[in-house]
Design a protein around this ligand. Structure first.
Ligand SMILES: Cc1cc2nc3c(=O)[nH]c(=O)nc-3n(C[C@H](O)[C@H](O)[C@H](O)COP(=O)(O)O)c2cc1C
Length: 189
């Protein structure tokens, strides 16, 4: 019988990371997974800046909001997903900001490749643009979208108390019937 892809079923966004570095060949595969995502008109609006240099990481830590900083400082890799906003398609009635959608898909490709290689990722919206732009030299006209901690999962015993409490909460999802329909809006799928 078919089953859910292991990388999807097991993926999670942990707070506990080991400080152990991520191997260079794995970093390159993460980038290839990001590269090969689909995008509207194949515009590939995504960019990614990965940081592993301790000085750069320390500068980035300054831009991470307190609740995230508590745990994210341990991660050996921090990545920022950036998009060129001008790459958005506005030629149709359907003028949605597809650049965000494209970046999301590329990010999920990277996340699943990470899972496949025994790594974990934790995406964050809780950070400040200024210090992160400054730390990485991100130019004007390029929009940082999401920050991501990448590494091997660590031991929750090493977390501070507040992070540990959050980490121990059960992972939940809405029921399928709340958002997945068949043949007509509202019909259970
Ligand atoms: C765009 C985005 C922003 C997020 N921002 C944060 C954040 O700032 N801090 C945090 O702890 N988790 C953050 N998360 C992680 C989510 O809270 C997490 O994915 C969600 O609770 C589901 O848990 P799971 O990824 O383990 O399935 C973010 C996730 C995404 C996709």
């Amino acid at each position: 019988m078919a089953d859910l892809l292991g990388e999807i079923a097991n993926r999670k966004s942990p707070r506990a990371f080991q400080s152990r570095p991520v191997e260079e060949d794995k970093i390159q595969l993460l980038l290839q997974a990001f590269q090969w995502a689909p995008s509207s008109y194949n515009k590939q609006p995504w960019r990614i800046v990965l940081a592993t240099n301790p000085h750069v990481l320390a500068q980035m830590h300054e831009g991470i909001m307190t609740g995230n900083r508590r745990w994210a400082v341990k991660a050996p890799v921090l990545a920022v997903i950036v998009s060129q906003i001008a790459a958005d398609d506005v030629r149709h009635d359907n003028a949605l900001p597809y650049f965000l959608y494209d970046c999301g898909q590329a990010t999920m490709s990277l996340v699943l490749q990470a899972e496949h290689m025994g790594l974990r990722c934790h995406q964050m919206a809780g950070w400040e643009q200024g210090p992160i732009r400054e730390a990485l030299g991100i130019p004007e006209g390029e929009q940082p979208i999401v920050l991501m901690a990448i590494g091997y999962e660590g031991d929750i015993a090493d977390l501070d108390e507040r992070s540990r409490e959050k980490e121990m909460l059960p992972r939940t999802r809405k029921e399928l019937r709340e958002f997945a329909f068949r043949d007509r809006w509202g019909n259970p799928a």
